[in-house]
Design a protein around this ligand. Structure first.
Ligand code: HEC
Ligand code: HEC
Length: 384
């Protein structure tokens, strides 16, 4: 029977029985009063009184039994509901499959997670970082450049090959050669605060940091530890066998990028009434020279699968050459200096092929490390 009918009917039944018991009690006491002490009338009504008393017992037992059944059914029903809700959630979460592009779990499902409010806050911090840390930010105003995490981690870090966070939960903490240390998720997040957002690190125990971490853990929930799901991070762009060319890149920029990012690379307002801007690509308000995007391979991979805005890995709009050349142009423009040149890459032989700052453990110039061709550099280290 439908629970919405069953439970009210049961409670109503119990109420009727209880009212019945009260009526019987009232009748018994009425009888007793009217009969008084006269032995004749007493014996005359004796059988009725006994009958009433028996009915009272029967009804009391009935009331107790019905209450018991009701409570039992209620208990079974609520545990059943919990079980089926848990099963439903598990069914809605994406199942990990090595061969398939990972899909971020539905944000609506996060609302039923025990950390729902923290996850939602984390997502908002990633999507609208300016509202919290920008010029008039609510949490720590003026502590970052003009960018949001989402500018580079598209769809709040949930777009396949859109520099997403899919592998964060499953692959951190990890040893990183850039810092020469074991990096936790908060440390890695602060790297982007100090480099990509050219700002100040967050308190690693604060609510903001906990929220961003909870959100990233949510995005990777169900991915086994150590696995890097397909579609995570960025899709590498094949190397050119010539140096990337900023002069060719300048033309591509004017044709395919300037309409949104501005001819001067400083970004543009999206619409007269929109609070959002197209982000800057260079200058004081952009990422600094220690940021991931300042590496040519990261920039090329990001734009190839994501720019002009609307492009995707299934539907790229730039050729490999265009991606590398426009990267060369944008990353030749002025931007804030590298704040960690002295401490990054403590082992110089671990510098990536496209790290454009010497000294190196190889004979190639900074120029070649910056623009390529990279194959000879990679071959040099393979030989060792
Ligand atoms: C200017 C672009 C840019 C901005 C803005 C930015 N990031 Fe990043 N982020 C990157 C790049 C590039 C990488 C490295 C990707 C790679 O190495 O493949 C990265 C990597 C990361 C990683 C490591 C991902 C992994 O799988 O190893 C985390 C975590 C991260 N960013 C968090 C953030 C957070 C949080 C913010 C905002 C506070 C932010 N980023 C803002 C460009 C950016
Ligand atoms: C139709 C508008 C549009 C065009 C054209 C466009 N972009 Fe973007 N670009 C965006 C938007 C919007 C974002 C931020 C995405 C977000 O916040 O969701 C962005 C972000 C970026 C970022 C990361 C954030 C930053 O500012 O560093 C880079 C790099 C970038 N674009 C490069 C390019 C390049 C290179 C081209 C030309 C090949 C290009 N874009 C063309 C709209 C555009």
């Amino acid at each position: 029977m439908n629970n919405a009918v069953y439970f009210p009917a049961l409670w109503l039944g119990i109420a009727v029985v209880v009212i019945g018991i009260m009526a019987i009690l009232a009748a018994i006491s009425y009888f007793r009063q009217t009969i008084g002490k006269d032995p004749l009338t007493r014996s005359q009504f004796h059988r009725q009184i006994v009958l009433l008393q028996q009915m009272r017992w029967v009804l009391s037992l009935l009331a107790i039994a019905m209450t018991g059944v009701g409570l039992g059914a209620w208990y079974l029903d609520s545990t059943q509901k919990e079980k089926s809700e848990a099963e439903m959630r598990a069914g809605l979460l994406p199942q990990y499959d090595r061969g398939k592009i990972w899909e971020a779990p539905d944000p609506l499902l996060a609302e039923t997670d025990e950390h729902a409010s923290l996850i939602a806050y984390g997502r908002d911090l990633v999507a609208r970082t300016q509202d919290y840390f920008g010029e008039n930010g609510l949490v720590r105003p003026g502590s970052i450049n003009n960018m949001n995490c989402q500018n580079c981690h598209l769809d709040a870090g949930s777009k396949p090959y859109g520099n997403n966070y899919f592998a964060v939960n499953s692959t951190y903490p990890q040893m990183r050669a850039r810092s020469g240390s074991l990096e936790t998720i908060p440390k890695r997040i602060n790297d982007c605060f100090e480099r990509s957002l050219n700002g100040q690190a967050l308190d690693t125990t604060g609510r903001e940091m906990r929220a961003i971490v909870a959100y990233m853990q949510w995005l990777g929930s169900g991915i086994p530890k150590g696995e890097k799901p397909k579609g995570s991070g960025l899709a590498e762009v094949p190397f050119l066998n010539r140096p990337a060319d900023p002069v060719l890149g300048k033309k591509i920029y004017a044709e395919k990028c300037a309409s949104c990012h501005g001819a001067d690379g400083q970004g543009l307002p999206m619409a007269a009434d929109s609070p959002r801007d197209y982000p800057p690509l260079w200058g004081d308000k952009s990422y600094n020279q220690a940021a991931g995007l300042f590496r040519m391979s990261r920039f090329a991979a990001y734009v190839k699968a994501n720019m002009p805005f609307g492009a995707s890995y299934q539907n790229p709009q730039l050729s490999d050459e265009e991606a590398w050349d426009v990267a060369a142009y944008v990353n030749s423009q002025p931007r804030p200096a590298h704040p960690f040149l002295k401490s990054d890459w403590p082992k110089i032989e671990k510098k990536p092929y496209d790290h454009p700052f010497g000294p190196y453990a190889d004979p190639f110039s900074e120029e070649q490390h910056k623009f390529g061709p990279y194959d000879p550099i990679i071959a040099f280290y393979k030989k060792d």
